[in-house]
Design a protein around this ligand. Structure first.
Ligand SMILES: [Zn+2]
Ligand SMILES: [Zn+2]
Ligand SMILES: [Zn+2]
Length: 371
């Protein structure tokens, strides 16, 4: 395909006339962020009336749903009640922190479920609702599995992770996500920021010989980042070329004064000799990216509607199911910290880098997913 056009907004060469996909995402998002209260009410009303179209993945309802949730935090109990009444159990995010009557409806449906697929969807919904009674129900189903459990790969406590929390055998609950979310936004050159994506490093990767990078450097002492409970600097370091080809996530220990100890990693295919596909130009693009921490918090699902936003806290737009990493030191599930969309920082990769950390052990993990 010849690239005879350029995006009128950012100048990227394109094979067609119009905006590039990233600029189009940005345009759609800015439009949704600017909705008036009347427009929001109209979309909410339409969603309530046509809620079954959501599970048929029809627009405008599906797009409206994600924009109401992600940019306006405007999924109301009325929408949740309508979804329950119409037995719409996808996307499960509809039920995030739904009121008690909706929760009880979900529990009733789950306890009456006969098939694995229905039980699976309902456990996701209940995970999103996420209160103590939701946990009691999932715990009870974990202790006393129903016949449909045989058709599923994981236990109810793993389903709870989709809602950003989990529980252990004794029924002790752990929160895996933060209830604050900040976006990374394009800043002016040399603008100070307590969060940086892609800082250059001198050391090289043992697998491909390319340069390692600090994919995330975050100073928890900034007022905006107090919610993380980090009284210093967190650094997440990996090889940007190999992180998607490792057996499991990349790990490192961090010290609050900015230190990093990289853990040894193994390639998924041990026979394979890795080439570094990050050229010096791409490495430069990565380490000179314009992103700085946004000034104000955004809704928790802000990073979930499209694949073009880097966020700190809140929920990630997991490509596959949410998969929280187990801390290699203490064995507890790690906390979800950030998502970095590769193609916002260079052109040679797609997919998302999810960053998690264990606050107790000061260990970071990075895992790559793509469609
Ligand atoms: Zn563009
Ligand atoms: Zn490498
Ligand atoms: Zn740990």
């Amino acid at each position: 395909m010849s690239l005879k056009y350029t995006c009128p907004s950012c100048g990227t060469p394109l094979g067609y006339e119009g905006l590039c996909w990233k600029c189009r995402c940005e345009q759609d998002r800015n439009a949704a962020l600017a909705w008036t209260p009347e427009q929001i009410a109209e979309k909410q009303q339409n969603l309530i009336q046509n809620i079954q179209r959501l599970k048929e993945m029809e627009d405008p309802e599906l797009t409206d749903f994600w924009q109401l949730l992600s940019y306006q935090d405007a999924i109301t109990p009325e929408i949740q009640r309508a979804a329950l009444a119409a037995e719409v159990f996808w996307p499960c995010e509809i039920y995030y922190h739904a009121p008690a009557d909706v929760r009880d409806g979900l529990i009733h449906a789950l306890l009456s479920a006969e098939y694995s697929s229905a039980a699976s969807n309902l456990m996701c919904c209940l995970a999103m609702q996420g209160d103590d009674k939701a946990m009691e129900t999932l715990l009870e189903l974990e202790r006393n599995p129903r016949p449909w459990r045989k058709g599923l790969y994981v236990d109810p406590s793993s389903y709870a992770q989709i809602g950003g929390w989990t529980f252990d055998k004794e029924g002790r609950r752990t929160q895996l996500t933060f209830d604050t979310c900040y976006p990374m936004v394009k800043g002016a050159s040399s603008e100070a920021s307590p969060v940086r994506i892609g800082r250059a490093r001198k050391d090289t990767c043992p697998h491909c010989g390319g340069r390692m990078a600090d994919m995330l450097v975050l100073d928890g002492r900034d007022e905006r980042l107090r919610f993380l409970g980090l009284n210093g600097i967190l650094t997440a370091t990996c090889c940007p070329s190999c992180v998607g080809f490792l057996k499991g996530p990349a790990f490192n220990r961090f010290t609050l004064d900015g230190g990093v100890e990289i853990f040894p990693s193994e390639l998924f295919d041990e026979e394979e000799k890795m080439d570094c596909y990050v050229s010096p130009e791409e490495y430069k693009a990565l380490t000179e990216n314009p992103f700085v921490l946004g000034k104000s918090p955004v809704p928790l699902f802000y990073g979930c509607a499209r694949e073009d936003v880097n966020t700190i806290g809140g929920f990630g737009n997991w490509v596959q199911d949410a998969e929280y990493t187990t801390c290699p030191q203490c064995g507890k599930p790690m906390k979800y910290l950030a998502q970095i969309q590769w193609d916002t920082v260079f052109d040679c990769a797609e997919g998302t880098l999810y960053v998690e950390f264990c606050p107790d052990c000061q260990i970071v993990s990075m895992q790559h997913q793509q469609t």
